[in-house]
Design a protein around this ligand. Sequence first.
Ligand SMILES: Nc1ncnc2c1ncn2[C@@H]1O[C@H](COP(=O)(O)OP(=O)(O)OP(=O)(O)O)[C@@H](O)[C@H]1O
Ligand SMILES: [Mg+2]
Length: 265
Amino acid sequence: MSDIVMELRDVRRTYRIGGGMFGKQRDLHALDGVSLQLRRGEVLALVGESGSGKSTLSRILLGLEAPTSGEVFLDGAPVASIRRRAFAARVQPVFQDPYSSLNPRKTVRQIIEAPLVIAGGVAASERLRRVRELLDILRMPERMLEAYPSQMSGGQRQRVAIARALISRPEIVVCDEPTSALDVSVQAEVLNLLMELRAEFGLTYLFISHDLAVVEYIADRVAVMQSGRLVEVADAEALFAAPAHDYTRRLLASALTVPAESSEA
Ligand SMILES: Nc1ncnc2c1ncn2[C@@H]1O[C@H](COP(=O)(O)OP(=O)(O)OP(=O)(O)O)[C@@H](O)[C@H]1O
Ligand SMILES: [Mg+2]
């Protein structure tokens, strides 16, 4: 088994924007020649200013969007050659907003087991056993099984979204701002859970965050995006200690700007 679990090679993603009565059509290069390797078992954080292409990259990793050009590989195989369902079982998302990502008309049990129902081939009793096991690992009470999303807190909903992502026993979990919609008090709890799950299930994470304190806390490596390109990919410790790229330095500096408490003048 190779050390590289997923890879992007010279991936471009172009959106045609404008046109109509709002002016001329033009191409927006959301990803502009991105090559990136995801190593087995790591937490790779993806940072960069708003609009730099982070979510676009995550959707391409998840197979939700196809690159305009370039290639994506999972365990050395071109993703285009892998069946959709088999791929989905191996690469799963956790999105930012647990309010809009959970179906309000389904119970927790139905939501979590849905990926197994869609994939087929797992008996109802085994599905329920796995749902219970995950609830237990995520420290959610058994009675939550028949609850609806509207009856849960944001933190509980995000746990349900995480359980749904893990039920198919994926290798890779792609998290796009998974804690930024949560109350500060539950952010750390959810982050710690994600890290526990990594050890328990041998997961690899791509983790998008605006919060550099969070990134410093959890990331093994950091990839920095600017205008659709990767400007720096480095070990987290090295990057926070001595960012090589000017853009990274500015990004770190802007996050560390705090109001001056006092001055000696
Ligand atoms: N479906 C789309 N159609 C047209 N343009 C898009 C589409 N999706 C993204 N874009 C554009 O592509 C660029 C990259 O967007 P993306 O959502 O990947 O950025 P991001 O880094 O995730 O930003 P944020 O930090 O705000 O979430 C932006 O200019 C965005 O407006
Ligand atoms: Mg985004």
